[in-house]
Ligand binder design. Structure first.
Ligand code: ADP
Ligand code: UDP
Length: 240
């Protein structure tokens, strides 16, 4: 598989074309950003750690019958994935109240939720990823009603696989963000899970101590960010 021109450079990953137009390479960099890119740092070993955690999680989701873009890991920092036309919304599921939901509704972080809560955000750093509802997405043309239904169903299905997986490792899956898209070579097909699942895009708390094991360590200057990501990998059995 030949790595060709850079297609997109995001805040943490770079996407490259390959010699197959239906496949792209996701390159995991050490760059870390928070607060819409206003706080940035290089965290040594982040790229390779997230590449490996992502591969392990995508594998588990695939085994559970959830269609993803993941094809195979190419090297320490590169993963081959199916090229997707991304839907510009972020799908968040919350099992425990934290982050922007705690702030928005004035609810203490750590408040358990009787059922998982689903939220959509419009993907736009310039607008600070605003919360949007089904009508915004459908009427503004970002996705159809059918795609909205698929995104919700798939995001909840991911919860049903990952909550017990983390729980068995003594970790609470507090919340997480997913992105979906259509394969370029199958634009009418079912949505595929894209992007990544790593501690950069979820909240993970040690069940016993409530210690944070995710990107909040970076956002809140708690230190040893990648040490804790690697601890997560070891605890869930993801080879590093
Ligand atoms: P951001 O764009 O938020 O700064 P990243 O640095 O993680 O985020 O960049 C990765 C980008 O690649 C994201 O915009 C994501 O939507 C996009 N992406 C993820 N998976 C695919 C895929 N399979 N095909 C094309 N683009 C993808
Ligand atoms: N999240 C993400 N990318 C974003 C926004 C949120 O990966 O652009 C993740 C975040 O890490 C958390 C979940 O989605 O696990 C919910 O985030 P929240 O809305 O609480 O926002 P935050 O407090 O992270 O700004």
């Amino acid at each position: 598989m030949e790595k060709r021109q850079q297609l997109y450079r995001g805040k943490a990953k770079t996407v490259y074309a390959t010699d197959d137009p239906a496949l792209v390479i996701m390159h995991f960099r050490d760059d870390t950003s928070a607060f819409d890119g206003t706080k940035v740092a290089q965290l040594p070993q982040k790229g390779e750690t997230n590449n490996k955690i992502n591969a392990f999680i995508m594998g588990k989701l695939g085994e559970a019958g959830i269609a993803t873009h993941f094809v195979r890991v190419l090297n320490e920092r590169d993963t081959l994935v199916r090229a997707l036309k991304m839907i510009p919304v972020e799908c968040v599921v919350r099992n425990i109240c934290a982050g922007s939901m705690a702030k928005r509704y004035g609810i203490a972080e750590g408040t358990p939720l009787a059922e998982p809560i689903f939220e959509f955000f419009y993907k736009s750093d310039a607008l600070h990823d605003p919360l949007v509802n089904d009508d915004h997405i459908r009427i503004l043309g970002w996705a159809s009603a059918d795609e909205i239904g698929q995104m919700k169903a798939l995001t909840h299905k991911v919860n049903a696989v990952l909550q017990p997986l983390f729980s068995r490792a003594g970790i609470d899956l507090v919340d997480y963000k997913l992105e979906f898209g259509h394969a370029l070579d199958d634009p009418q097909g079912a949505l595929l899970l894209g992007d990544e699942f790593t501690p950069d895009g979820c909240r993970l708390w040690d069940h016993a101590t409530q210690e944070k094991l995710d990107k909040d360590r970076f956002r809140r200057d708690l230190g040893d960010v990648i040490g804790r990501y690697r601890e997560v990998a070891r605890r869930i059995g993801a080879p590093l």
